[in-house]
Ligand binder design. Structure first.
Ligand SMILES: [Zn+2]
Length: 281
């Protein structure tokens, strides 16, 4: 399917659930394509590495400002550009991505990184086992050895976890010195404190502290429950969980199709204490 069509279908699933009939999909696609663009420009796409046209037919650029060739959306392009900028040797690294998508940065990483590990969490499968093309991994209890991963990548995952402190700890444990967790997460609360939306009790029951909100999930028709509305204090939460500092990267660059709300890319870095060549005296 053409990239831009795929992006529209993905957005439909997010908004209406996955159970749309073929006929409905066809009509939504047709009406969507007739809408006048809100934003349209040519540029270079960091995820499919080509000169393309970026088009948005809805003012909510985060989900609608798509690459005409690969269907990627701004946060995916921002993440890929951040990886290229901060880790130019990314192709030779061991990269683990939790819950990857099937386009954008996930697709490029899977095609160009020989040591790319894609994982999903299947609660009924043994952690560490291979299920189809995925390794079964729970971010709260990874089976990777200590200091074995160069880059952990997550894209809009951390707003769905129940115990983020465990996740940040596990990521810090398994990162090699000099490695990083590079991720996107919608920082919807901005300068306001992060807020818990749902809690998981010891008996597995979910209690909702706010009306439930779900995001699209490629492996579940139910979608993924948003458990936390994060604010910029996510950096403090990460530090208090695992002692690592986090950089926030904000990119606004139409020539690369990167403009949207909630587009920060976060880089939690595990310092390499032996690397002193650039140490500040
Ligand atoms: Zn593209």
């Amino acid at each position: 399917m053409k990239g831009s069509n795929m992006a529209i279908i993905e957005d439909m699933k997010r908004r209406y659930g996955a159970l749309l009939s073929k006929r409905t999909k066809y009509w939504v696609l047709l009406s969507e394509k007739k809408r006048a663009p809100v934003l349209k420009n040519s540029g270079y796409c960091p995820t499919c590495v080509q000169e393309v046209t970026f088009v948005a037919r809805d003012a909510w650029l985060r989900d609608h400002y798509c690459c005409s060739n690969c269907g990627s959306i701004p946060r995916e392009r921002a993440l890929m550009l951040t990886i290229e900028t901060y880790f130019p040797k990314w192709r030779s690294l061991t990269i683990h991505e939790s819950s990857p998508g099937n386009r954008g940065a996930s697709k490029r990483l899977s095609q160009e990184v020989s040591q790319y590990i894609r994982s999903q969490y299947f609660p009924d499968q043994k952690p560490g086992s291979i299920v189809g093309e995925f390794r079964c991994e729970n971010l709260e209890a990874l089976t990777f050895a200590d200091e074995s991963i160069d880059l952990h990548v997550t894209q809009d995952v951390i707003e769905h976890v129940f115990h983020p402190s465990k996740v940040f700890n596990e990521i810090a444990r398994t990162l090699k010195p000099g490695g990083a967790h590079i991720f996107t997460v919608p920082i919807v609360n901005k300068y306001k404190p992060s807020k818990l939306r749902a809690r998981l009790s010891d008996d597995g029951q979910i209690s909702h502290l706010e009306p439930p909100v779900y995001h699209g999930n490629p492996i579940s028709d139910q979608g993924s429950l948003v458990t936390i509305d994060w604010g910029f204090d996510i950096c403090r939460h990460i530090f208090e969980s695992c002692g690592l500092f986090t950089h926030l990267v904000y990119i606004d660059d139409l020539s690369k199709g990167i403009r949207a709300e909630y587009i920060e890319v976060l880089i939690t870095v595990k310092p390499d204490k032996n690397d002193t060549k650039n140490a500040i005296p």
